[in-house]
Design a protein around this ligand. Structure first.
Ligand code: RAM
Length: 525
């Protein structure tokens, strides 16, 4: 478990109104498209699919909708592709006059298995309010039911809880009004010449598209908000696809505008109403602000953005450096909690030493551009942290890095040290060779987020075949199991694994899983 809820109500935030205005100026327009369902389907059992559930066409469902549904009748609409948006449907009554309200339950699902679950027995640790379901009463018909909430769905179940013996409800013209700020006309150069990887890229694009709303959302089903760790990866995937820089810029400004008084950048910002920083802090995410700014500016250099956002990156770096001791050891355990992954418990120290070096390298690029007077000091501290990793954390016997007083060897440590480039290239190559021998198929990684870093580390250290194969195996297996868009968490050995105690609340269109677009474009061309 990486973390549960943080409540830091005593923390004081600063609020830079000028930066918030810039964020507002970069708010994207949403594009709307109407979709009609392809037809009605019924749930079937299929052990190959997630949760053992899939669908088959059900023409009886369409007939039932048109002829009239009474107590207990249900149909499932299949829109054929995932969409994020609002749902509406026309409803009328047939038979005798409507002498009692219609009670209708609607459920929205990204995957069929969600419709097979009994949500009332859920006892996970996240709020059950995230379930995409509504019960509505209609006192008079005909009416067009337009649900006010936004959902992420391909499937909609309409279940009549009750009418009355005197009438039945007929349904017509169901519509999904999809919304996104992504502009598909920006997509070019869409084949890498390998059908499997192409299919993975198409699903990854769809994932990103559906998460691109007024901010980069982590998942349109649940959380539905801007997280800094997700933003960093979404921004990379965006550069390799839609390339809508204003949305990245907007999100960077939102984080920079709302630091704490003691110099930390929040992990997540609420933007649905008034912009509010959450009192949740993740050390790696905070450090990724500078990384995301570096990534943005290396693609789209903008003097003004640099000048306005550099101070936030510097402040966060300075804050983190207070836990780097004179020997170059980064005491992440004394700082504040990192995320790293929704994995099993492991010692985070070595991985976080890697994250720090990785982030400092990118920050140094920014500090050079700024001609920061502290540049020599930053350089020195980066060198000390990298040297400490080489000298104190690398076990020459196993060829792997060790973490914490128990000298634990975990996957995250190897991956982050490889990405941090603390060893010379031949040794980094050998490191990931040893990591592959020890950890493949990398079941310690429980999310596409962590798996992204494993793949990137393999590519970066000269193991393209292993990296490519891992994309095919991991993301490809999700496709085989029914994914139209990629998932928040996935353990192929335990497909129903969820960080939240129930897959019913996992998100199956999750931003951080869209990175194959970037990985393939970056390393396979
Ligand atoms: C989850 C979010 C998000 C992730 C954080 C750490 O709740 O879905 O993707 O960044 O946790």
């Amino acid at each position: 478990m990486a973390f549960t809820f943080q409540k830091n109500t005593e923390v004081r935030f600063r609020r830079d109104e000028a930066l918030l205005r810039r964020a507002e100026e970069n708010r994207p327009a949403l594009r709307y498209t109407q979709f009609r369902p392809l037809g009605t389907v019924k749930l079937t059992q299929d052990p190959e699919k997630l949760g053992g559930v899939w669908t088959a066409p059900d023409s009886a469902g369409a007939a039932l909708m048109a002829e009239g549904m009474g107590r207990g009748d249900a149909v499932i609409l299949d829109f054929g592709a995932p969409l994020v948006g609002r749902f509406s449907v026309g409803i009328d009554s047939v038979g005798s006059p409507m002498d009692a309200p219609l009670t209708l339950r609607l459920r929205f699902a990204e995957l069929p298995f969600e419709l097979s679950m009994d949500n009332s027995s859920y006892d996970g640790w996240l709020s059950s309010s995230w379930f995409q379901e509504e019960t509505v009463h209609l006192d008079t018909l005909p009416a067009r039911l337009e649900l006010p909430r936004r959902y992420s769905f391909r499937y909609v179940e309409l279940r009549v809880l009750d009418t009355s013996p005197k009438y039945r409800a007929v349904f017509s013209e169901p519509v999904g009004l999809a919304q996104t700020s992504a502009d598909r006309s920006n997509l070019t150069d869409r084949s890498c010449g390998d059908a499997r990887l192409d299919a993975i890229c198409r699903a990854a694009e769809k994932t990103l598209e559906n998460c691109m709303q007024e901010v980069f959302e982590d998942g349109p089903k649940r959380d539905r908000r801007l997280w800094l760790g997700d933003l960093r990866l979404q921004a990379l995937a965006n550069y390799a696809s839609f390339d809508q820089r204003e949305l990245v810029r907007r999100c960077l400004y939102l984080f920079a505008a709302l630091p704490t008084e003691d110099g930390r950048i929040t992990a997540t910002v609420f933007t649905a109403g008034e912009v509010i920083p959450d009192d949740t802090f993740l050390l790696d995410y905070s450090l990724f602000f500078g990384v995301a700014l570096h990534d943005y500016l290396t693609r789209h250099w903008e003097e003004r953005t640099f000048a306005e956002l550099y101070p936030a990156a510097k402040m966060q770096t300075d804050t983190a450096l207070q836990w780097l001791d004179g020997d170059g050891c980064f005491h992440a355990e004394r700082a504040y909690q990192p995320f790293l992954d929704w994995g099993r418990d492991y010692d985070i120290r070595c991985a976080m030493q890697g994250v720090l070096v990785f982030a400092l390298r990118r920050f140094l690029w920014l500090a050079e551009k700024a001609a920061d007077p502290k540049l020599p000091e930053y350089r020195e501290r980066l060198n000390a942290a990298a040297a400490y990793a080489r000298n104190a954390l690398f076990d020459a016997e196993t060829g792997l890095f060790v973490s914490g007083p128990a000298r634990e060897t975990n996957l995250a440590a190897q991956v982050w040290m490889a990405l941090a480039e603390v060893l010379p290239p031949e040794q980094s190559h050998a490191l990931m060779e040893a990591a592959a021998a020890r950890f493949a198929p990398y079941r310690e990684a429980r999310t596409p987020y962590m798996m992204h870093h494993v793949v990137q580390a393999l590519y970066e250290t000269g193991h393209p075949d292993k990296a490519r194969q891992l994309i095919r195996d991991y993301w490809g297996t999700m496709l085989d199991m029914g994914a139209d868009t990629f998932w928040e968490a996935f353990d192929p050995d335990r497909p129903e694994f969820s960080p939240y105690g129930s897959p019913a609340l996992s998100s199956f269109c999750h931003a951080w899983s869209c990175t194959p677009i970037w990985l393939i474009k970056t390393y396979e061309k």
